[in-house]
Design a protein. Structure first.
Length: 233
């Protein structure tokens, strides 16, 4: 084990919360409980802030794969601290193959991405085409995070609608994306439901999540419920 990783493991274990570890394990069935230290997210973020830019952090980012879930979360938060776009993308691409759960996947949204949206879009297309569960999920997540407001273009909806997968964590992200799109870009997103352009399960789950959202009007919710498909699997 590299000294940097050993040092960081010691710091994480010093922050361990056994009750929180048990809680996290129930939320992440894809992660072995023995690999969860049990550090609360604010504490991991605080540790990342203290380490960012240090030689220890630089070495730790090269120590892949990590044995612990909490190390992976720290890795993601350290990537978020990278301010150079090229370096940040390189770090993300190096890390994505090692992500094995939805929580780690969803925590990385580097601020430097927002300043480089045209270039990022090319990366996202590659992630969506990768066929790897959490890489695809991450690509959809970045489209949701950065491209549903002022950077929105209708064709981005088609990129997500084209995703077909047998993986629950991909399909849930498709549904989450379209529920969010209905809240932010209702007119553009609605035809994907009225025209049945999503897989049936994602279609119904998107409606469910949209109806649960406070950002969808009461009238919209009533109409969306009429679009639910029967016996969707």
């Amino acid at each position: 084990m590299h000294p940097a990783e050993q040092t960081i493991q010691q710091q994480l274990f010093a922050l361990r919360d056994a009750t929180y570890r048990d809680f996290q394990a129930k939320l992440m069935p894809t992660v072995e409980k023995d690999t969860i230290i049990g550090v609360r997210t604010p504490a991991v973020r605080k540790l990342a802030a203290s380490l960012a830019g240090t030689p220890t952090a630089a070495e730790f980012l090269r120590c892949l794969p990590h044995p612990y879930y909490d190390e992976n979360n720290l890795h993601g938060f350290l990537i978020e601290k990278i301010t150079d776009y090229t370096a940040c993308i390189a770090a993300v691409n190096a890390f994505l193959p090692y992500i094995d759960n939805w929580a780690t996947c969803d925590l990385m949204a580097p601020k430097v991405f927002k300043k480089n949206l045209p270039a990022l879009l090319g990366e996202i297309r590659g992630w969506l085409a990768s066929g790897k569960t959490y890489t695809v999920r991450y690509g959809i997540g970045m489209l949701m995070h950065f491209y549903l407001d002022e950077a929105f273009q209708p064709e981005y909806l088609a990129l997500v609608a084209a995703v077909r997968s047998e993986e629950y964590y991909v399909n849930m992200m498709v549904a989450w994306y379209f529920a969010t799109a209905l809240a932010k870009q209702y007119t553009a997103a609605l035809p994907y439901l009225t025209q049945h352009r999503l897989a049936p399960w994602a279609h119904n789950k998107a409606i469910q999540k949209a109806v649960e959202s406070y950002r969808i009007t009461a009238e919209q919710k009533v109409y969306l419920k009429t679009l639910k498909l029967p016996r969707a699997k």
